[in-house]
Design a binder for this molecule. Structure first.
Ligand SMILES: *[C@@H]1O[C@H](CO)[C@@H](O)[C@H](O)[C@H]1NC(C)=O
Ligand SMILES: *[C@@H]1O[C@H](CO)[C@@H](O)[C@H](O)[C@H]1NC(C)=O
Ligand SMILES: *[C@@H]1O[C@H](CO)[C@@H](O)[C@H](O)[C@H]1NC(C)=O
Ligand SMILES: *[C@@H]1O[C@H](CO)[C@@H](O)[C@H](O)[C@H]1NC(C)=O
Ligand SMILES: *[C@@H]1O[C@H](CO)[C@@H](O)[C@H](O)[C@H]1NC(C)=O
Ligand SMILES: *[C@@H]1O[C@H](CO)[C@@H](O)[C@H](O)[C@H]1NC(C)=O
Ligand SMILES: *[C@@H]1O[C@H](CO)[C@@H](O)[C@H](O)[C@H]1NC(C)=O
Ligand SMILES: *[C@@H]1O[C@H](CO)[C@@H](O)[C@H](O)[C@H]1NC(C)=O
Ligand SMILES: *[C@@H]1O[C@H](CO)[C@@H](O)[C@H](O)[C@H]1NC(C)=O
Ligand SMILES: CC(=O)N[C@H]1CO[C@H](CO)[C@@H](O)[C@@H]1O
Ligand SMILES: [Cu+2]
Length: 555
């Protein structure tokens, strides 16, 4: 991988002590066709620079990242920098028709943003159609030079990307589902670093292998890049210590299982202190709706090989059942933020905007087609202009700013019998919630039970939020706040809202622009499980959305 690095001479001269190490890290991504063989099948996919996953980007906190994306594929493409919340970077966020029009075949666009206030693992992926199944990679942010991890430095750091694979063209899989109004085909495999592993046909050689030295501590940077499934991840005979999630440090948390939703990242330290041998690491779906909705129920695994290993049979971890919600809930709720640690942001205590937002899958009236909604608004992307351009140029008719703060009618949200009422029907719209610059927003995300209760991983673009509380059933508006963790809650960009339950998140809207908030299951996003935030400009030039870059793609 080529890496061009320039010292930012002016910045370091002006701010010698604090930014002496700030660098501009510049890369190019060529998005093009790639033919791969997997599961006894040859498939043409779309990939970055001929690799699956695509290139791992490594930066330090404080660096500026510049990525020139050239689209040599036959599809419209955008790249989203998942979890990067840098101020004034809205033009580089990437979701198609939200912050930019797509990069058409034969065209390019340069994404530019600073990485500040974040350390850990993030990732990048296509944010248009279902291309992210094969257009994704890791974005690793290490402390700037002279700064340290808030834990002993690991011997090695290894990205572990859990992916999802179809023996099909994923763009067609998505459009077939969307046009029929039925669920799209399930995937054929999950992968670890692009490899399905030896439980699948023709895949013995397609098993990811990690060689380790006995006694050393490694950091696994786990990313769930799968489209439609949360995962349980385990390593036989080894425990893991979680040290950060979504590029925010956590209190060290010792566990034998990691649970991870699409969009999320989890950094763990593992000390390879067992007898010399080989051990499987494995990922299997956590499916919160079992048995209501069919899903890809296969298991991907990779090998950890101790140096000097000669044992014939690797050890396989015992994985939880698909519907082991107690294990998922224990993991998700036991994590806490590293209060006072590097880049820790205290919880804002004064709340300006209280929102209560239902999330779930519904039906569209007429034809009984599936739809999904937030507060009964089923989100539709514009196609004439991106929302951010409409915001910047004050163009009307692209979206409206009347996303409701709460459901129009109160009902028994998690009662499985609500599905036989007319409340199940939803309608399409393109609505955002308008937020004053720097206002503090608290949102209760409440799952509904229309078609089935389900755990939806809700991702908010542009911000990290604190997770104040989570639970099952209908949120109790009166007593709920008594259980808030305002001291050391986890900080995230994607929250897996408990199945048939709720989660309360809070963030400060200090980033002007238009930002999507949506379910990170790709079966639900095209159904409309999304909404937007329009964050107004602040009072000073340094808090106002700059003009669009000259190469911003046109619709
Ligand atoms: C991607 O490929 C291009 C063309 O070969 C190369 O110039 C570039 O450095 C590669 N980028 C990365 C991040 O590896
Ligand atoms: C990003 O960093 C560069 C170089 O340090 C600086 O000139 C620029 O103002 C920063 N941009 C933002 C939006 O903070
Ligand atoms: C989906 O699955 C059906 C049944 O196996 C198959 O006929 C169809 O071609 C698949 N669709 C795509 C887009 O691969
Ligand atoms: C996975 O699903 C298939 C089809 O629904 C079923 O036949 C099979 O037994 C399931 N496998 C596991 C491991 O649950
Ligand atoms: C934006 O447009 C509306 C009407 O469409 C108008 O009332 C308003 O003054 C405009 N604002 C700016 C800043 O141009
Ligand atoms: C929905 O079903 C439940 C029980 O299955 C029943 O008690 C209720 O009356 C039904 N509601 C409507 C509107 O049909
Ligand atoms: C959602 O909106 C539709 C259309 O207006 C309506 O029929 C339905 O009852 C609403 N559902 C809820 C839960 O408000
Ligand atoms: C935003 O609010 C915080 C306090 O909540 C304050 O420290 C900060 O200065 C504000 N930022 C701007 C640009 O007004
Ligand atoms: C690609 O994007 C352009 C610009 O928005 C649009 O006109 C075109 O229909 C898109 N193509 C596909 C196949 O979606
Ligand atoms: C170590 C730890 O915090 N464990 C807690 C995890 O969460 C469960 C409830 O889901 C508690 O019972 C444990 O004490
Ligand atoms: Cu969802």
């Amino acid at each position: 991988m080529e890496r061009f690095v320039f010292l930012v001479a002016i910045a370091s001269a002006l701010l010698a002590s604090s930014t002496a190490s700030a660098e501009i890290v510049e890369h190019s991504f060529i998005v093009k066709k790639l033919t791969v063989r997997k599961l006894c099948h040859e498939q043409v996919i779309t990939a970055v620079n001929g690799s699956l996953p695509g290139p791992t980007l490594r930066v330090r906190e404080g660096d500026k990242l510049v990525v020139h994306v050239l689209n040599e594929s036959p599809y419209n493409v955008t790249i989203h920098w998942h979890g990067v919340f840098q101020l004034l970077s809205a033009w580089a966020d990437g979701p198609a028709y939200v912050t930019q029009c797509p990069i058409r075949p034969g065209h390019g666009y340069t994404y530019k943003f600073n990485i500040t206030g974040q350390e850990g693992t993030l990732w990048w992926h296509a944010h248009v159609s279902w291309l992210r199944a094969t257009v994704y990679g890791a974005l690793i942010i290490r402390p700037r030079s002279g700064h340290r991890y808030p834990f002993p430095k690991p011997h090695k750091e290894i990205p572990i990307l859990i992916g999802e694979w179809w023996n099909a063209n994923v763009v067609n899989v998505e459009s077939q589902g969307r046009l029929s109004g039925l669920p799209p085909n399930n995937s054929d495999a999950y992968t670890i670093n692009g490899r399905p592993g030896d439980l699948y046909p023709c895949s013995k050689k397609q098993t990811y292998k990690l060689k380790v030295v006995q006694g050393k501590t490694y950091m696994l940077r786990i990313i769930n890049a799968a489209l439609n499934n949360q995962h349980f991840f385990k390593i036989a005979n080894h425990r893991m210590t979680v040290v950060s999630v979504d590029a925010a440090y956590t209190e060290p948390y010792l566990t034998d299982v990691v649970v991870i939703a699409p969009g999320q990242t989890t950094d763990v330290l593992v000390t390879f202190d067992q007898r010399i041998g080989s051990y499987y690491m494995a990922a299997k779906p956590y499916a919160s709706t079992v048995p209501a909705i069919p899903f890809d129920n296969t298991t991907t695994r990779g090998l950890i090989l101790y140096e000097g290993d000669t044992s014939p049979a690797p050890v396989m971890p015992a994985l939880p059942d698909f519907d082991d919600t107690p294990t998922a809930h224990r993991f998700y709720t036991n994590l806490t933020g590293l209060a006072g640690g590097p880049h820790w942001v205290p919880v804002p205590l004064h709340v300006d905007e209280h929102m209560f937002v239902t999330v779930g899958v519904n039906l569209l009236r007429g034809g009984q087609r599936f739809a999904a909604s937030m507060n009964n608004e089923s989100f539709v992307l514009p196609s004439r202009l991106s929302m951010l351009e409409a915001f910047f140029d004050n163009v009307s008719g692209i979206y409206t700013t009347d996303f409701p703060d709460k459901p129009a009618v109160k009902f028994d949200y998690t009662n499985p019998n609500i599905g036989n009422t007319s409340l199940i029907f939803t309608k399409k719209s393109t609505k955002v919630k308008k937020l004053k610059f720097n206002s503090t927003v608290e949102i209760v995300l409440q799952n509904t039970a229309f078609l089935a209760i389900e755990n939806h991983p809700i991702h908010v673009h542009g911000f990290n939020f604190h997770v104040l509380a989570q639970g099952f059933g209908n949120y109790d508006v009166v007593n709920g706040p008594k259980c808030f963790n305002l001291v050391n809650p986890q900080s995230r960009n994607t929250i897996a809202v408990p199945v048939g339950g709720w989660a309360v998140i809070r963030f400060q809207a200090n980033n002007p622009g238009v930002w999507l908030a949506h379910c990170h299951l790709d079966v639900h996003l095209p159904l409309g499980l999304a909404m937007g935030f329009q964050v107004e400009n602040g009072p000073t030039p340094s808090s106002m959305l700059p003009p669009p870059p000259p190469d911003l793609p046109k619709c």
